[in-house]
Design a protein around this ligand. Structure first.
Ligand code: NAD
Ligand code: TYD
Length: 349
């Protein structure tokens, strides 16, 4: 893997993955980051890489839905491996505007597969990043395994399920060297503050209401983003072509409990207005339509076959995440005010 195409590298997981790959892992090649820079993409996240490692990092502002453009990038940079992260990723947005999800997540993935099929001879690997949400919702018991039938419930998860099927089909039909990973909810530095954890941290810091959907008893498994990055790289290096791997954090938790943990950690720093506990900001709001009740993941396959396990507990990961958001107030302000968009216009047009 000398010339790795990373799609969506300016997003939350993509930024963390490129940082990990170029600064910490044993990857010795070059990363070509293709990102359209939607509201969720912020190239500032990789400014240090762009400055410090110019020979090993190239950024191309482009849309994976433009087949000719992607084909050109494959040729120009002699792409020999792909880590595909670009997607529309937020369930609430998919309920309001499913069309963008169908376009990027399905058509975009199809385009990339078509390009890799054309460049088949030089392609070592196409790794596709997906979600445990494709499996649908669990009852009180049980875990998603790699064999759990797909049963997606939101336009987001249905679009991701569709892209997973395409990747699998290209392996079966065209013998494309692919791997797929389905992971649980990520959290950590650089996450756009529309997802549960950063939204709650920032609202709690500002003394704003903490909107918990429904009864707050929905359960998610939480994966610290750096653990996800090490898992992706492990699969890319050692995973068996054609196989799928589940990745989890071993941290099942009800939403309400997560929000309470965030409040309690922030209270340790400084109590809220009038010395109140931040738990008083918790506000139950109307439930999300089609809200999946419980996700939980069995990651024994990657653990037993590839020797990967998550390092972070929920408590330690949350503390690191909260500290990062407190230490990076400028990043937060620029992202929340949309100011980073004018910076992007200036730099990338
Ligand atoms: P994100 O929304 O933070 O970032 C997505 C990135 O993709 C952005 O930089 C955006 O500009 C880019 N992008 C969007 N449309 C594009 C297009 N048409 N062409 C090129 N670039 C485009 O998402 P994330 O949270 O970093 O998620 C990355 C991947 O991981 C996604 O495939 C997502 O489905 C998957 N995933 C995320 C989670 C999670 O908890 N965040 C969990 C499981 C799986
Ligand atoms: P989210 O971070 O949107 O991830 P996903 O929907 O992909 O799991 O939401 C995580 C959980 O938190 C989910 O059960 C919905 C809930 N939630 C809230 O209760 N309030 C909120 O403001 C948000 C954004 C999410």
């Amino acid at each position: 893997m000398l010339n790795m195409l990373v799609t969506g590298g300016c997003g939350f997981i993509g930024s963390n993955f490129i940082q990990y790959l170029l600064k910490e892992s044993d990857f010795s090649g070059r990363v070509i980051n293709v990102d359209k820079l939607t509201y969720a993409g912020n190239p500032e996240n990789l400014m240090d890489i762009e400055k410090d490692l110019p020979g090993r990092y190239v950024f191309v502002k482009s849309d994976i839905c433009h087949l000719e453009e992607v084909n050109r990038i494959f040729k120009e940079y002699s792409i020999d491996s792909v880590c595909h992260l670009a997607a529309e990723s937020h369930v609430d947005r998919s309920i309001v505007r499913p069309d963008v999800f169908i376009r990027t997540n399905i058509i975009g993935t199809f385009n990339l597969l078509e390009c890799t099929r054309t460049a088949r001879d030089q392609l070592e690997l196409f790794h596709h990043i997906s979600t445990d949400e494709v499996f649908g919702s669990l009852g009180k018991d049980g875990l998603f395994t790699e064999e759990t039938p797909y049963s997606p419930n939101s336009p987001y998860s249905a679009s991701k399920a569709s892209s997973d099927h395409l990747v699998r089909a290209y392996h079966k039909t065209y013998d494309l060297p692919v791997t797929i990973s389905n992971c649980s909810n990520n959290y950590g530095p650089y996450q756009f503050p529309e997802k549960l954890i950063p939204l709650m941290i920032l609202n709690a810091v500002e003394g704003k209401p903490l909107p918990v959907y429904g009864d707050g008893r929905n359960v998610r498994d939480w994966l610290f983003v750096r653990d996800h990055c090490t898992a992706i790289w492990t699969i890319m290096k050692q995973g068996k072509r054609g196989e799928t791997y589940n990745i989890g954090g071993n941290t099942e938790m009800e939403n309400i409990r997560i929000v309470e943990m965030i409040c309690d950690i922030l209270d340790e720093y400084k109590k809220g207005e009038g010395n109140q506990s931040r738990r008083e900001l918790i506000t139950f709001v109307k439930d999300r339509p089609g809200h999946d009740r419980r996700y939980a993941i069995d990651f024994n396959k990657i653990k037993d076959q590839l020797g990967w396990t998550p390092k972070e507990s929920l408590e330690s990961g949350l503390r690191k995440t909260i500290q990062w958001y407190l230490d990076n107030a400028e990043w937060v302000n620029r992202v929340k005010s949309g100011e980073y968009k004018s910076w992007i216009e200036e730099h990338y047009g």
